[in-house]
Design a protein around this ligand. Structure first.
Ligand code: FES
Length: 180
């Protein structure tokens, strides 16, 4: 059932959600299993926006006519859903057995220290996000750190500054020659 101001609500939601998500919700609204589509909807929103913002979750709740508490409950329950924007570079520290026995915990600790963030967080400048992984399939290089699609290994805590520096420098570009 929709309200008198349904047109206004829908227009506001359309500003926040991608068109295909709005169309998907429209097709399934009012179906007996409306709530079972929620996970699919959240996947679509995250694929389009990179994460689930409060505004997007609010719009999903209104448009799909599902309580906001239900939407945020699902979004926070599943590890897969991100509630904050991702950094430009995704760092995954492998904490699988082979990496762990070779000191991955110390590598992770150094990364957290140098970046000033914990797992699931993004640096203030938006450059790096940090996650942990359980075996990335390169156990022979343990301990392994993946940055985007690139595998680094074996990595010692003392290597972290140099590795991060490469990505930071790439962002800043080459230094302009000094004027004389
Ligand atoms: S345990 Fe780290 S790559 Fe396999």
């Amino acid at each position: 059932m929709t309200t008198d101001n349904w047109t206004d609500i829908k227009e506001a939601c359309e500003q926040v959600l991608p068109k295909d998500v709005v169309a998907y919700i429209d097709r399934h609204r009012g179906s007996v299993h409306a709530e079972s589509n929620l996970i699919a909807i959240l996947h679509m929103v995250q694929a389009a926006n990179g994460y689930l913002s409060r505004e997007a979750m609010h719009a999903v709740a209104q448009l799909a006519q599902i309580p906001l508490a239900k939407v945020t409950g699902v979004a926070t329950f599943y590890h897969y859903f991100r509630l904050h924007p991702r950094g430009k570079h995704m760092i995954n520290v492998c904490l699988g057995t082979a990496c762990y026995v070779k000191g991955a915990d110390k590598v992770a600790e150094r990364l957290m220290n140098d970046l000033g963030i914990g797992f699931g967080e993004t640096t203030k400048d938006g450059l790096f996000s940090l996650e942990s992984a359980r075996c990335v399939g390169c156990c022979g290089l343990a301990p392994v750190v993946m940055i985007d699609d690139q595998v680094h290994g074996p990595v010692a805590p003392g290597d972290i500054a140099t590795i991060l520096d490469k990505y930071t420098k790439k962002e800043k570009g080459p230094k302009a020659p000094a004027l004389v």
